[in-house]
Ligand binder design. Structure first.
Ligand SMILES: Nc1ncnc2c1ncn2[C@@H]1O[C@H](COP(=O)(O)OP(=O)(O)OP(=O)(O)O)[C@@H](O)[C@H]1O
Ligand SMILES: [Mg+2]
Length: 278
């Protein structure tokens, strides 16, 4: 693969990724080390990963289990240190977590003793936002994800899809420039999942953010993304531009032969990475 950052940039090369919201990952490697008995065990999770994401671009990452997707995301989030290489967000090196980036994981990890709006407000409190602003933003974002009627409900009184929406509201309320999503819909049933995809498309079109989205679903990646990166065995094996029109309607996209071609292409690329693993 090409390792120079500009070559993998979706739009505008190096200067675009230095602008607010741009992500640049350069020669990133990560080896996990742990003690097993008396031995030091090493797992090379990433080797020389390089890619860029332009401001407000929606990029998905697909790849077989264990190929390093979550590791890349955790390093960009500042939750994990790299072994070598450089990650920049808005042109600045990532040295730890920051309110410019928000994460959404497969399980939303809500506080069961706080109601919907207070779950969002709590995250804002951790981010150092004033009380009045917390109240305003929590109400706004709970509304944005369609949970206005459920503000006072506790997580245990919400469906899985609603809980996930609340997790997204909590991430968006920080008003990050970058949204990092690691299989956010992976635990949902098929119907809730497609609804959430539509919802995310709607929100992203309203409040443009840079999104890095990990998924195991090829059709989810195609429907949502501007570009899809295919990872295999700790490296970026390929990238595919999703040149489908926006705003997108999932229903229309699935009738378009171009969509099916893109899905087939990604499936072949994914199979090739699996072949490489075998
Ligand atoms: N904390 C850790 N300690 C040791 N090894 C780890 C750790 N976290 C991940 N690994 C290893 O690093 C590799 C990449 O893991 P990672 O979680 O990034 O994969 P992934 O692509 O997100 O997989 P999945 O699709 O199953 O979520 C795997 O071999 C995994 O076993
Ligand atoms: Mg993972």
């Amino acid at each position: 693969m090409r390792s120079d950052a500009a070559a993998l940039s979706g739009a505008g090369g190096q200067s675009a990724v230095q602008a607010t919201g741009g992500i640049s990952v350069d020669r990133l490697s990560k080896t996990y080390e742990r003690i097993v008995g008396r031995e030091l065990s090493r797992t090379a999770a990433l080797a020389d990963v390089g890619f860029d994401v332009a401001p407000q671009e929606f990029v998905s990452v697909i790849g077989p289990s264990g190929c390093g997707k979550s590791t890349v995301m955790k390093i960009i989030a500042g939750l994990l240190a790299a072994s070598s290489g450089d990650v920049r967000v808005s042109g600045a090196s990532v040295t730890g977590p920051g309110t410019d980036r928000a994460c959404v994981f497969q399980s939303p990890g809500l506080m069961p003793w706080k109601n919907a709006v207070d779950n969002v407000a709590l995250a804002l409190e951790f981010a150092g936002i004033s009380r009045a602003e917390r109240r305003r933003r929590a109400a706004e974002y709970v509304e944005l994800v369609g949970l206005g009627e459920f503000k006072q409900h506790y997580p245990g009184e919400l469906s899985g899809g609603m809980q996930q929406r609340l997790g997204i509201a909590r991430a968006l309320a920080i008003e990050p420039v970058v949204l990092l999503m690691d299989e956010p819909f992976g635990a949902l049933d098929a119907l809730s999942r497609t609804r959430m995809q539509d919802e995310l498309l709607r929100i992203w079109e309203q409040r443009k953010k840079t999104v890095l989205f990990i998924t195991h679903s090829i059709d989810e990646a195609v429907v949502l993304s501007d570009r899809v990166l295919v990872m295999g065995n700790g490296t970026i094996a390929a990238e595919v531009e999703i040149d489908l029109p926006r705003p997108r309607s999932r229903h229309e996209l699935l009738q378009d032969p171009k969509t099916l071609d893109l899905m087939r292409r990604l499936e072949d690329l994914l199979d090739a990475t699996r072949g490489g693993d075998a």
